[in-house]
Design a protein around this ligand. Structure first.
Ligand SMILES: C[S@@+](CC[C@H](N)C(=O)[O-])C[C@H]1O[C@@H](n2cnc3c(N)ncnc32)[C@H](O)[C@@H]1O
Length: 345
């Protein structure tokens, strides 16, 4: 990259960071909701949102020049085609991820200390702010599951939806707030679904979210201590393996808990284990950053394996093979940042 291009690249990087902070402000002050009601002057928007005009005007300046709003004849517009990425109950809404990024600033001093002293930042240090965001991140996955679980994710494995329709035993490990199970249990009433998660608080939320579904149950449990009784026909893990403290043990337990013709369906990040092969992937720098600020350091805090979110397909395939899976295939998922590991004994 030429020197002048690199300076421009850094300026664009700063702009992205600054806009991320201002997007958080827009979310918390209700400015996006207010702007979605239609074009307005800065005074009109400030009045709509119950805020001070001078602040709103400066914020709008950044939104317009940052390509989020448009401006014409004194009025600011939040285009509907942009609004769906920052508001609303769909998988397109990126607000939870944007808010999570700015919430990481709270742990940066601890993280920097760990660079020098070793160890890591424990999950508890992220505080209630990130915890409540965790529930919201679960919410954004809710929409992803509703829109993509059955046809997009399960549909990527030939014959899987037919087996689920006929009725099988399913375990979802690291089920979080349980939205995958809720969607799947409704779509496949003949199958029985069990979700386990080590975190009691998310298991309580999962139970609430599932309501009175007769074919879904949730338990607090450690995937590293999974038993093979009863064996499962399908074990799923959505974004729940790379953060494990002992992923090798978990994968071996999963292999043991599967029926002979069972399937392990692991959805995880879709990158290479080799940094050189990630160059040019537009999602790589963001995912390395999140991995550093959350996945890697929280695992190191527990003395865990610290695979990180960028462990990559080569490392994942090697670990799945070491755990005893004879057939491992990496399939595309409906989201470019994820892939599906289709693993059979
Ligand atoms: C990134 S979240 C994904 C949650 C859920 N699968 C989803 O898609 O919304 C990872 C989950 O794995 C859980 N987890 C981590 N280690 C675990 C373990 N050893 N056994 C069971 N669950 C675990 C965490 O508590 C967390 O809820």
């Amino acid at each position: 990259m030429k020197e002048s291009d690199f300076a421009a690249h850094l300026t664009a990087t700063m702009t992205g960071s600054a806009l991320t902070m201002l997007i958080g402000i827009g979310h918390r002050t209700g400015l996006f909701q207010a702007a979605a009601r239609g074009p307005a002057t800065s005074a009109g928007l400030a009045e709509r949102a119950g805020l001070h005009e001078r602040y709103v005007r400066e914020w709008l300046g950044a939104m317009v020049t940052g390509g989020i709003f448009t401006y014409e004849a004194g009025e600011y517009t939040f285009p509907t085609e942009h609004a769906k990425f920052l508001l609303g109950d769909t998988a397109s809404n990126l607000m939870p991820s944007l808010l999570t990024l700015s919430a990481f600033t709270a742990i940066l001093p601890d993280l920097e200390r760990a660079f020098a002293e070793g160890g890591g930042v424990p999950r508890s240090a992220y505080g209630p702010h990130l915890e409540s965001l965790g529930a919201k991140t679960g919410d954004s996955w809710k929409h992803i599951y509703r829109e993509h679980l059955v046809d997009g994710f399960f549909g990527a494995v030939p014959g899987l939806t037919e087996r689920l329709a006929a009725g099988v035993r399913v375990l979802d490990l690291g089920c979080g707030t349980g939205h995958a199970i809720s969607v799947a249990a409704r779509a496949f009433p003949a199958s029985r679904f069990t979700g386990i998660d080590i975190d009691r608080r998310v298991v309580d939320l999962a139970r609430q979210n599932a309501g009175d579904l007769p074919n879904a149950e949730f338990a607090v449990g450690d995937a590293a201590a999974l038993t093979a009784d009863p064996p499962y026909d399908l074990i799923t893990a959505f974004d729940a393996v790379h953060d494990q403290d002992r992923p090798d043990v978990v994968l071996r337990q999963v292999r043991r808990a599967l029926a002979p013709d069972g399937l392990f369906f692991m959805v995880d990040t879709f990158f290479s284990s080799d940094v050189a092969r990630n160059v040019g992937n537009p999602l790589a720098a963001l995912t390395y950053s999140i991995s550093l600020m959350y996945c890697t350091t929280t695992s190191l805090a527990e003395g865990g394996a610290a695979l990180g979110a960028m462990w990559g397909t080569e490392k994942a395939t090697e670990m799945l093979t070491d755990a005893g899976f004879g057939h491992v295939r990496v399939a595309a998922s409906p989201r470019p940042q994820n892939c599906i590991y289709v693993c059979r004994p």
